[in-house]
Design a protein around this ligand. Structure first.
Ligand code: IMP
Ligand code: MG
Length: 187
């Protein structure tokens, strides 16, 4: 028994469902960006890593990859603080004139993405779209246009496949719902 099972209420999206949907999204992106030069995927760290790397494996359209670290969460909080912190940025010249696709793990309040989107728009990309694996529409506070969505999910805290539970379990191959009754203990 792995220790994450203590925190797992249920598996919301299993490995096979993720693999199928990521391949579908890549096929749509390949079609929409066919013939486009200068596609740049901007992965939002850390949660977007699994989605990005799986998506890249399927994409055939040539693309560059950049990373940005953004967070709107306090260290302890499960709720968005409304403050967005940029921990890692991208030089403007790698955005200007590029067809930028933001690759994100989950859109919750929308605060993080709305902020990052405006930052990137200010650098005058040729186009800017957003691709998120998960969307929690019920939680939206800041409107943000989303072009590609993997799954719409209910208002529950989830982890796995890039998403963390207090920085752990990003490696799990599925998206799981956190058991609200499980009290987290730290070492
Ligand atoms: P937003 O600014 O409220 O949209 O927050 C988005 C960010 O919060 C995501 O990129 C995640 O890193 C994190 N987040 C939001 N909901 C969850 C969740 O259910 N599990 C893990 N991380 C989450
Ligand atoms: Mg994130």
């Amino acid at each position: 028994m792995h220790d994450y099972q203590h925190f797992l209420q249920e598996i919301l999206i299993d490995q096979q469902q993720l693999a199928t949907r990521v391949a579908e999204l890549a096929a749509v992106l390949d079609r929409d960006y066919a013939g486009i030069k200068g596609l740049t995927l901007v992965c939002i760290l850390k949660g977007g890593i699994m989605f990005l790397t799986d998506l890249m494996r399927h994409l055939t359209v040539p693309h560059a990859v950049e990373f940005m670290a953004a967070s709107s969460y306090g260290v302890e909080a499960r709720e968005s603080t409304g403050h967005v912190k940029i921990g890692l940025d991208i030089p403007s010249e790698r955005i200007r004139g590029k067809h930028v696709l933001i690759v994100e793990d989950i859109i919750d309040s929308g605060t993080t993405l709305a902020y990052v989107r405006q930052m990137l728009l200010d650098r005058q990309p040729a186009s800017l779209k957003i691709c998120t694996l998960l969307n929690k529409p019920e939680r939206r506070e800041t409107p943000v246009p989303v072009d590609y969505i993997g799954f719409e999910i209910p208002n529950k805290f989830v982890f796995g496949y890039g998403l963390d539970l207090d920085e752990l379990y990003r490696n799990l191959p599925f998206i799981g719902v956190v058991n609200p009754g499980a009290i987290l203990t730290r070492e």
